[in-house]
Design a protein around this ligand. Structure first.
Ligand code: C5J
Length: 221
C-alpha cells in the first residue's frame, strides 16, 4: 500500500492492484504533421507531459506494476472509423489522408506509433482504440479484470478528451481513477485545468488528481 497526497482527498492504493495507463502518447498527437496539427493545434503544448510521464513509467516498471499503453486510430481499411468522426470539422487533412508521418491516425503508420521516450516494452499491453475512451470497443476491461486491478493511474493526452473520457468510463466500471496532472496535456491550457477540475470536483465525482512528484515520493517511501 502507498498513501498518496491527492485532491480532493488523500488515497491509499495497493500497487499490486493498480495499473498505469498511458493514453495516446502518439506521434500523431505530439509531433508536427500529425492529427493534432491537422486540426490546427500547436502540438508543442503537449511536450511538457513527456518527461513526468517517462519518470512515472520508469517507476511503475521498477515496481512491477501493470503498464498499459493506448493508441487512438483506425485499421487501414477504416472499417472501424465512424463516417461522422472522419467528416468532422475542417482539418487540413482528414483521418486516412497521407501526411508527413504516413496516413493520419491509421494503425501501422509512423504517426500512429507511440513516441520513442515512452515506447512500450515486451509484456506491456498496447490497446488500439477507435474512440476517445479506452474501454470502448477494446479488451481493456478484460485485461484489468484478469489482473484484479482496482486502481488506475492515468497519464496521457489530451486531458479533456481521451484522458477525461477514459476516466469517466473507468469510474463507471468501479475503478478508482487517479489522474497525474503534469503527465497529461492539452492543446488548450484552460481545458487541461478545467478537465482536471471536473474530475476532482464534488468530492471526486470521477476520481482523484495528483502530480508525478507526489506519486514518486509515495512510491519511494
Ligand atoms: C483527441 C485524444 N484529442 N487522444 N484524442 O482527439 O485526446
Amino acid at each position: 500500500m502507498i498513501q498518496l497526497v491527492a485532491e480532493p482527498a488523500p488515497i491509499g492504493i495497493d500497487l499490486a492492484r493498480t495499473a498505469l495507463i498511458i493514453i495516446d502518447m502518439q506521434r500523431d498527437f505530439l509531433e508536427p504533421g500529425g492529427f493534432g496539427e491537422t486540426l490546427g493545434n500547436d502540438v508543442s503544448l503537449l511536450k511538457a507531459a513527456v518527461e513526468p510521464c517517462r519518470q512515472v513509467l520508469a517507476a511503475a516498471r521498477k515496481a512491477g506494476m501493470l503498464v498499459i499503453h493506448t493508441r487512438e486510430g483506425h485499421s487501414p481499411d477504416m472499417h472501424d472509423a465512424p463516417p461522422a468522426k472522419v467528416a468532422r470539422g475542417a482539418p487540413s487533412k482528414r483521418i486516412g489522408d497521407v501526411g508527413p508521418m504516413g496516413r493520419i491516425l491509421i494503425q501501422g503508420e509512423p504517426g500512429h506509433d507511440i513516441i520513442p521516450e515512452l515506447y512500450p516494452i515486451a509484456g506491456e499491453p498496447v490497446i488500439d482504440k477507435p474512440g476517445k475512451g479506452a474501454f470502448y470497443a477494446t479488451n481493456l476491461g478484460l485485461i484489468l479484470a484478469n489482473r484484479s486491478i482496482e486502481n488506475l493511474l492515468v497519464c496521457g493526452v489530451t486531458t479533456e478528451v481521451c484522458v477525461n473520457t477514459t476516466v469517466r468510463e473507468g469510474n463507471d466500471r468501479g475503478f478508482r481513477c487517479i489522474v497525474l496532472s503534469d503527465c497529461c496535456g492539452s492543446y488548450f491550457p484552460e481545458f487541461h485545468e478545467t478537465g482536471l477540475a471536473m474530475i476532482k470536483a464534488q468530492g471526486g465525482i470521477f476520481g482523484w488528481v495528483t502530480g508525478s512528484k507526489k506519486l514518486l515520493s509515495a512510491m519511494a517511501a
